[in-house]
Design a protein around this ligand. Structure first.
Ligand code: G3I
Length: 508
């Protein structure tokens, strides 16, 4: 256990203090059922909860986040996967997965040169099956580091570190959205943590070396440094900022900074947004990577309301920074959170209670994302900006291979609008690199916002085009998802005449 890490975590500076019917396509998949289930539950739990609206555009964290080009993630461990209540919520609410422990050095290379990717592979497989992406976590960290590494002669550490990074990042090449390449390199006072890597390199030079090594193994993964207690400005955050500046000026392929965000109730730093913005202004992505908000137990109703405010503020802080790509909660619910095991007397730190029922913080986070309201999502400003790290691709579409394509369409509609979530399956035997999905919208429908694609025009025969991060649909059953919100005037029917790169697709 990382006592140092756990005990030190906690911010010190605080903030001042529809109507209409619902129609759901019978073609909905399991996730849609679970999503609506979670919302229905929200309405029946704890009177303090705000009623979520009818099956609307953004009744889940993932759909609400995707509507503005973000993700909402969770941490999952191998043992979590056998809890169907937990995975049901994870599947419905989250679209990014961080393995809680399964990609750390003590699991992946428990003895020198002997690798074990089974547990991490299970998490990746679950994520893929649920159309989620994966944040790789982590490659170099002083904690959960097997003793064979920390007891190596210092002149052997660099080779061991590079071999570990190369082997693990190559194993997961193309399967992870990002890597926390270096985790928690600073002490709380901003001095570098003097672990075996620091000692072997005689300074923080190991960080540049680690990032370059990871980049060589997986050039498409976003490479992060991740730490806690850097969410507000201060000595530790300033140290991270200086490090980021010097790495970038040296040409090191650093892509982002992860702000773990293990908060104490009511202590979200008031300058979190401006602090993240200064990193973004360097040309880096930023992400909230391990959010939780611990409460001294038992949690009162007032505590839960304060937690709702805290989660809302963190989500808004991220949305307020154009290069903040998403928020990840550390765990799915209070029952699987690390907090009670590390902070005696504390818990209730997540958006779902011990029975995986949504708490006020769930509705607050959803509302901050623009979802879950009693008004249809057309009242939310539609996103016209793709994720900063994912400009629209200019890749010319390849020919759709023999075997064709399939489009599964899940529609949630209300009296004046609808949400359509589309899953494209490539049944061909060659990968598609660059895609255009054309389809005909029913009369009266007009698209107001879109995620995981660009769409033009907004009505009639429209074409959805991939973004850079989802240009490839792998062969033999590979899938990608996109979706849109649309206004409608009484015909909430599904689009017709789907073609992928000019080839007709089957539809269900
Ligand atoms: O696997 C062993 C098991 O065999 C043994 O019986 C049991 C007895 O305690 O321990 C199990 O290992 C535990 C491991 O989680 C897997 O469950 C360790 O004791 C425990 O220390 C470890 O805790 C993890 C912690 O990192 C270690 O620092 C937490 O699950 C994990 O959520 C937490 O995650 C970290 C991030 O990676 C980095 N940022 C902080 C965050 C919270 O500490």
């Amino acid at each position: 256990m990382d006592i140092d890490t756990g005990a030190g975590i906690g911010a010190t500076r605080r903030r001042p203090g529809p109507s209409g019917h619902s129609r759901t396509s019978p073609r909905r998949r399991l996730r849609a059922v679970l999503a609506v289930g979670a919302v229905a539950t929200a309405a029946t739990t704890a009177g303090a909860l705000v009623m979520a609206g009818p099956a609307s555009a953004a009744s889940t964290l993932r759909s609400a986040a995707e509507a503005s080009g973000h993700y909402f993630g969770t941490a999952l461990t191998q043992s979590n996967l056998s809890n169907s209540t937990l995975t049901g919520v994870a599947s419905a609410q989250f679209d990014m997965v961080t393995p809680g422990n399964e990609m750390k050095w003590d699991t992946t290379e428990p003895s020198n040169g002997s690798y074990n990717f089974g547990p991490g592979d299970q998490i990746v497989a679950w994520a893929k099956a649920n159309n989620d992406r994966v944040r790789g976590h982590n490659l170099v960290w002083h904690s959960q580091l097997p003793s064979w590494v920390s007891s190596l002669p210092l002149n052997q550490v660099q080779a061991a570190m590079e071999a570990h990074i190369t082997t693990e990042a190559t194993h997961y090449k193309g399967q992870v959205y990002s890597w926390d390449v270096v985790n928690e390199p600073f002490n709380d006072d901003g001095t570098p943590r003097q672990d075996v890597f620091y000692n072997a390199f005689g300074g923080v030079g190991y960080i540049a070396d680690a990032i370059k090594t990871a980049h060589a193994a997986d050039p498409n993964a976003k490479l992060y440094i991740n730490d806690y207690n850097i969410e507000g400005s201060g000595a530790k955050s300033n140290a991270m900022y200086s490090l980021a500046q010097s790495l970038l000026s040296a040409g090191v392929p650093l892509n982002g900074i992860g702000f773990e965000s293990h908060f104490i109730l009511g202590q979200i730093p008031s300058d979190m947004q401006s602090n993240m913005q200064r990193f973004a202004s360097l040309g880096l992505d930023v992400a909230v990577t391990e959010l939780d908000d611990r409460i001294q137990l038992p949690a009162s109703t007032a505590n839960l309301q304060q937690q709702a405010t805290d989660f809302s503020n963190v989500v808004k802080d991220c949305l307020g920074v154009s290069r903040c790509v998403g928020v990840t909660q550390w765990g799915v619910g209070d029952a699987d959170s690390w907090i009670p095991g590390f902070f005696s007397g504390y818990g209730a730190a997540t958006m779902f209670d011990n029975n995986y029922q949504p708490k006020p913080s769930f509705n607050a986070a959803l509302a901050a994302l623009g979802g879950g309201a009693t008004t249809p999502p057309s009242s939310n400003p539609p996103s016209t900006t793709p994720p900063s790290s994912a400009p629209p691709s200019t890749t010319p579409p390849s020919t759709t291979p023999p075997g064709g394509c399939h489009v599964a369409d899940v529609i949630n509609a209300w009296n004046t609008g609808l949400t359509s979530n589309l899953t494209i399956t490539n049944n061909g035997s060659t990968a598609i690199n660059g895609w255009k999905l054309a389809f005909t919208l029913p009369s009266g429908q007009s698209i107001t916002s879109v995620w995981n694609a660009t769409v033009t025009p907004s009505s009639g025969v429209v074409t959805a085009t991939n973004l850079s991060y989802n240009a490839t649909i792998t062969a033999n059953g590979g899938t990608t998802t996109l979706g849109f919100n649309a206004n409608q005037t009484g015909n909430a029917g599904a689009p017709t005449s789907f073609t992928l790169n000019g080839t007709a697709c089957s539809v269900s």
